[in-house]
Design a binder for this molecule. Structure first.
Ligand code: HEC
Ligand code: HEC
Ligand code: HEC
Length: 369
């Protein structure tokens, strides 16, 4: 290093070391308060929210907004999760500022008051990654990159939220909760927060219309229970189902699986019947794709045959988006967590995107059995 540079750097290094020492002393002395009760100075508050907005904006540069944000199924799915994962901090039209959360620093805002300030891709970034040192959690599954579809469903709901009245909100988020509670109590499932499965899956396990949720009605007990255990272990990634499944006792898993398996599936209504896609999908389901060594789906999944093994799910009547999403999760290896998931990794890995869409269109159009 030339001597002139050295002469310049030495005092800089001494000053930096001095400042670090003072910083350390201040921290050790405990005079910097971490009390949430003491609030922030106005300048600190401004600096924190300015840097948060800048960070969110930069993180959102490469985010692409899907075209489906007004889809009622996405809004319904996002609304369901809002009650599980957001309400306790961000409130609802009846209680916009829950008391405990209002004592946080910063206090979580009532979202209908603030969402207009954010672009959809910024809301996505906030909900996916959370906000450090503010108490705003990241999306609650470790495989967040694999479940961006779920984050978008919440963004779809956040955009619809400001226009909702108290009763519209209640209908969207709670559905037929009272009827569902009575039915689940009769089936021996007593804990109130566990009974809330019916908010999303419907009292009879056929979902809440609009194809927002997978059907549970008519699946086998074995498959339903294995799925709940897979979510609870984190092996099957879903920020919507993992927190719910992780709270269930083993006895509740069995009782819930038995309850939903005993419900009668309702015939499905295909949402956008594309006859040609359905015909191509039917061929794949029946014969597989011999050129790519994809086996027939029907032997394991029906319809029209007794499903060979109780741990194999029925696919008939499931919403197309759900089937495609699950095939993508298998193909990327993100969905695991059961003894049989490996059977699907190879199948899904060899299907092209178009083939996934076709076979999903077919199964979505077959009446659930
Ligand atoms: C444990 C409490 C908590 C939970 C649960 C929570 N948040 Fe937050 N959230 C916060 C806090 C605190 C902030 C304020 C962050 C800030 O201002 O720096 C925040 C900020 C936000 C913001 C930015 C709003 C603004 O203008 O500052 C959005 C959007 C948001 N949260 C959405 C959600 C959604 C959607 C969920 C559920 C998936 C959720 N939050 C769950 C505490 C929470
Ligand atoms: C907030 C809405 C919501 C609630 C409440 C909810 N679920 Fe779910 N459930 C979903 C969504 C969304 C999926 C699809 C998740 C995925 O993509 O893996 C799902 C998937 C499932 C699956 C897997 C279905 C399949 O075909 O593999 C089972 C089983 C299940 N839920 C059971 C339950 C039970 C039991 C409860 C109550 C203890 C419950 N769910 C509560 C939204 C919900
Ligand atoms: C050898 C039997 C077998 C074959 C063949 C098979 N699957 Fe599967 N599939 C399974 C099993 C087992 C699971 C459940 C795995 C788990 O839960 O971990 C599953 C799960 C699925 C799921 C997720 C269902 C849900 O409710 O979440 C979809 C979608 C699926 N398969 C599509 C297909 C398609 C499309 C084909 C044909 C191209 C196919 N499968 C061929 C055994 C098979």
């Amino acid at each position: 290093m030339p001597p002139s540079v050295k002469r310049f750097l030495t005092p800089v290094a001494i000053v930096a070391a001095g400042l670090a020492m003072i910083g350390a002393l201040v921290a050790v002395s405990g005079v910097v308060s971490v009390r949430a009760s003491s609030g922030h100075w106005a300048i600190t508050r401004w600096f924190l929210s300015f840097s948060m907005a800048r960070s969110v904006s930069t993180d959102s540069l490469d985010v692409t907004v899907p075209e489906t944000l007004d889809d009622p199924a996405m809004i319904l799915r996002g609304a369901g999760h809002y009650q599980t994962g957001c309400y306790a901090c961000h409130g609802n039209p009846t209680t916009p500022h829950p008391r405990v959360a209002a004592a946080m620093l910063p206090p979580p805002p009532y979202l209908p008051d603030v969402t207009a300030q954010w672009e959809p891709e910024e809301l996505f970034t906030i909900v996916k990654h959370g906000v450090k040192m503010a108490g705003m959690p990241a999306w609650p599954t470790e495989a967040r990159d694999a479940r961006e579809d779920e984050v978008w469903a919440v963004v779809a709901f956040l955009r619809a939220f400001p226009g909702l009245s108290e009763s519209e909100y209640r209908e969207l988020v709670w559905g037929d909760l009272e009827e569902g509670r009575a039915a689940l109590s009769a089936a021996g499932i007593e804990r109130a927060h566990v009974q809330t499965c019916v908010r999303c899956h419907g009292v009879d396990g056929n979902g809440r219309g609009a194809g927002a949720f997978p059907l549970l009605a008519g699946q086998s007990r074995e498959y339903l229970a294995a799925s709940l255990r897979a979510y609870a272990s984190g092996g099957r990634p879903s920020g919507m189902m993992e927190p719910i499944a992780a709270e269930l006792t083993a006895a509740e898993v069995d009782a819930l699986a038995e309850y939903f398996a005993a419900q009668t599936p309702r015939p499905s209504e295909p949402r956008s019947p594309d006859g040609q896609a359905i015909a191509r999908g039917a061929l794949i389901a029946r014969e597989g794709v011999p050129a790519r060594h994809v086996p027939s789906c029907i032997d394991c999944h029906g319809p029209g045959k007794a499903v060979e093994n109780e741990e194999y799910p029925r696919l008939a009547g499931q919403p197309a988006w759900y089937l495609v999403t699950q095939l993508e999760l298998f193909a990327s290896g993100a969905r695991a967590g059961t003894e049989r998931a490996n059977l699907m990794h190879e199948v899904a890995d060899t299907l092209t995107e178009d083939q996934m869409a076709d076979v999903a269109a077919y199964y979505a159009a077959v009446p659930a059995e």
